[in-house]
Design a protein around this ligand. Structure first.
Ligand code: GTP
Ligand code: MG
Length: 305
């Protein structure tokens, strides 16, 4: 099947072609270049909601509820989950049959990206996946990203609105602040309000965010408490941010180009270092200096890109 056939299938609204295109993009196969070119020729827009937070805090459960709410309000909803299937909390989106069935019934498109493929720059493929879903007519895209390592700071460079989900059993407040999670959100959710310790979590978030003017909500994705309010607050933030979307997309594109450049440089560097004479030089510098930063600086000066 060629790229034209796939793109026509997507235009007819056939889901299996969307899945095919996503697979093609993620594998960077022979069709992907033509597909991506078409996405840039005929770009569409969506509202992108990023959801992050510690493992097991209830992100996927919350997204499941929220996606259905947006769907019932006539949005065309897609969910992209950077799949934390390798983690012990095991909240894999596609692995949860009940959750999946509810979303499929509502015609919500769900796709998981293995987290291994989304390191550092939250994967360049993820951004193309988003553009593809926009091209296919989805106008509200929810992105779940694991709240660990580099990725949670990157969600800012992709989403329009970021929600951070916490729960009483996912570590204390100090850890939360250290992780930098209190800087990236537009809205903070103290989830699992049905559990013990939930009100302390809510108070601690309120306290730490009191000067930021950001929203803190107490919710229970299990009982559904607070989901209506969450929807209202999110739609308010979305409409407040709508006038700055063009500016945001420009900055996002800039950061995407930087990531592309970084990836090109990295490949080029690997290539260069594997050339025997460069490797010899590398070893020589290493023998002269054990300070890695200094050595790296010297090596950078020697290698011609
Ligand atoms: N008691 C209670 N449990 C909840 C609530 N929301 C989610 N859970 C449970 O918490 C566990 C983790 O939920 P997930 O939605 O998979 O959490 P997650 O943040 O997506 O997890 P990862 O993707 O692994 O980081 C599951 O067993 C849920 O049933 C809630 O409001 N109350
Ligand atoms: Mg999850």
């Amino acid at each position: 099947m060629d790229s034209r056939e796939i793109l026509e299938g997507i235009k007819r609204g056939e889901r299996r072609y969307i899945a095919k295109a996503i697979r093609s993009i993620e594998a960077a196969d022979s069709n992907s270049t033509a597909i991506i070119r078409e996405l840039f020729r005929d770009p569409k827009e969506s509202v992108r909601i990023g959801v992050t937070g510690p493992g097991g805090s209830g992100k996927s459960t919350m997204i499941n509820k929220l996606a259905q709410k947006f769907d019932s309000e006539s949005y065309k909803v897609a969910v992209l989950a950077v799949d934390p299937s390798s983690k012990i909390t095991g909240g894999s989106f596609l692995g949860d049959r009940v959750r999946m069935q509810q979303l499929t019934d509502a015609k919500i498109f769900v796709h998981s990206i293995p987290s291994g493929e989304a390191t550092g720059a939250l994967s360049l493929a993820l951004r193309d996946d988003i553009r593809l879903l926009e091209y296919a007519g989805f106008n509200l895209i929810i992105i779940e990203s694991v709240g660990a390592g580099q990725t949670e700071t990157d969600i800012r460079g992709i989403a329009d609105v970021v929600a951070v989900v916490f729960s009483p059993n996912t570590g204390d407040g100090i850890q939360v602040i250290k992780a930098g999670l209190t800087e990236i959100g537009d809205i903070y959710l103290a989830n699992k309000s049905d559990l013990r310790g939930a009100s302390q979590l809510y108070d601690s978030l309120k306290y730490h965010l009191s000067f930021s003017g950001k929203e803190v909500l107490s919710i229970s994705t299990k009982s559904g408490k607070g989901i209506g309010e969450l929807f209202d607050v999110l739609t308010k933030i979305i409409s407040d941010k709508a006038p700055t979307t063009a500016e945001r997309r420009k900055l996002q594109l800039e950061s995407e180009i930087r990531d592309e450049l970084f990836s090109l440089f990295k490949n080029r560097l690997d290539e260069k270092l594997s050339v025997p004479e460069n490797y010899k030089e590398f070893q020589k510098i290493l023998s002269e200096s054990k300070d890695p930063r200094q050595a790296a600086g010297k090596i950078l000066k020697c290698i011609k890109f």
